[in-house]
Design a protein around this ligand. Structure first.
Ligand SMILES: Nc1ncnc2c1ncn2[C@@H]1O[C@H](COP(=O)(O)OP(=O)(O)O)[C@@H](O)[C@H]1O
Ligand SMILES: [Mg+2]
Length: 406
């Protein structure tokens, strides 16, 4: 929401801002030359309130911007609240916290109402007040210009022309106040956006060419990984030959998931610690590395689309007959095909947001099927069988064994 807001500010600067600077300059030159030609003193008098007008519009512009931002932010809080209570509706119900949730929602709603009213008030007051200030200029012209006409120092025609010229000036002068504020904000926003543009990602592709063929040997040498001050992995070394397998067991929190994510560089892998076929993974192109290492994460994430597309997610065209066939084959390997076929729409069932229509164990095996699909030379499975019964587990291990033989 922050970046979208910044983007809007920059667009205002480059669109409305630039356009109005040009417009204002043109109006100023054309109208002023006409007015000064008629009477320099009258021009001075008529423009006396102009600085005040610009200050007032600038104040209003700032208020509008800050109140709009406040309103957007409180709308964000409100919808965040609603989303969290809906997503966690079971937790809320099981703890009988509905009244508390309702109260919190009402409070957020109240906040939003207050901010919106604040914005509405400023918006309502803006044009009348700005109109009043510019009317002072018109009054001066009537009074002083009228006197000049009566004393026959300027003609009736001059008076009308002057009047029209002043009318042309009022809007550009108001716009100048806005533009000043737009320029200020647009520049600040641009600086924030620029920081995003120039940010260098922590994990970048290495310079080495992609290997033509990956045999699939994996070596970890003296890997130490710090999170904050704490060494989550402390001098870890092991080797797995092509076709071999290695199970890593340990208490929860001992760093298994961290290690699994370090292998395909999903975390900033230290250089010279992880080797694929003897090549430091940090020197390989990221795409080649990640195609070589299939990874099923511990908390399986499913996209809100069909089961088949979730499994065939890595394919460019997940809807072709061939892709669906491959998805079915991987689902069979992951021991989930029969269960998926018994869903209302079979493999075309949409699994809902984050896969809420599947059980934890089913989600886990769909993610497993997704990792199987590309037939990567190396499979990294993070706690893939924690929510699976013993018989299914044996069948899946058999499938993994068969893949390793191939
Ligand atoms: N993003 C993170 N920020 C801070 N600490 C983390 C983060 N991820 C993991 N940890 C810490 O690293 C340790 C290892 O976590 P993890 O690799 O998930 O363990 P395991 O998978 O063996 O249960 C834990 O103590 C955990 O608190
Ligand atoms: Mg874990």
């Amino acid at each position: 929401s922050r970046s979208t807001n910044d983007l809007t500010q920059v667009r205002l600067l480059l669109g409305f801002g630039v356009l109005n600077v040009a417009n204002t300059l043109f109006a100023l030159i054309s109208a002023l030359s006409l007015m000064i030609g008629i009477s320099g003193r009258l021009t001075l008098a008529a423009l006396a309130p102009a600085p005040v007008l610009m200050l007032v519009t600038r104040w209003f512009a700032r208020q509008m911007f800050s109140r709009t931002r406040d309103t957007q932010e409180s709308l964000g809080v409100l919808s965040g609240r609603a989303q969290a209570s809906l997503a966690g509706v079971r937790v809320v119900r099981s703890l009988a916290l509905e009244p508390a949730e309702q109260r919190a929602f009402s409070a957020a709603s109240e906040q939003y109402l207050e901010k919106s009213l604040g914005l509405a008030k400023i918006r309502g007051a803006m044009f009348p007040i700005m109109g009043a200030v510019s009317a002072v200029g018109l009054l001066i012209v009537f009074w002083y210009g009228g006197t000049l006409v009566l004393e026959q120092r300027i003609s009736h025609g001059d008076f009308v022309a002057f009047w029209a010229g002043l009318g042309r000036l009022i809007w550009p002068l108001m716009a100048l106040g806005f533009v000043a504020s737009i320029v200020q904000r647009g520049r600040a926003s641009y600086e924030r956006l620029e920081q995003i543009f120039v940010a260098v990602p922590e994990v970048v592709s290495g310079p080495a060419p992609a290997p033509a063929l990956v045999a699939g040997s994996l070596a970890v040498r003296d890997l130490t990984f710090l999170i904050g001050e704490r060494a989550v992995l402390d001098h870890v070394s092991f080797e797995v030959p092509p076709g071999g397998s290695l199970a890593i067991v340990g208490r929860t929190g001992s760093g298994k998931s961290t290690l699994a994510a370090i292998l395909p560089r999903l975390l900033p892998t230290p250089a010279g610690t992880v080797f694929l076929d003897g090549v430091d993974v940090c020197t390989l192109p990221l795409r080649a590395l990640r195609r070589a290492i299939g990874y099923a994460q511990q908390d399986a994430f499913l996209f809100s689309t069909t089961v088949a597309r979730n499994i065939a997610f890595s394919l460019d065209q997940p809807d072709t007959d061939e892709a669906v066939e491959r998805a079915r084959a991987s689902a069979a390997e992951a021991q989930i095909l029969t269960e998926l076929e018994s869903l209302p729409g079979g493999l075309d069932t949409v699994v809902g947001e984050r896969g809420v229509q599947l059980s934890g164990g089913q989600r886990q095996r769909v993610a497993l099927a997704r990792a199987f699909l590309g037939e990567p030379p190396i499979l990294v499975l993070d706690d893939p069988l924690s929510a699976v019964d013993a018989r299914t587990e044996a069948a899946i291990l058999g499938a993994i064994e068969r893949q390793a033989q191939q």
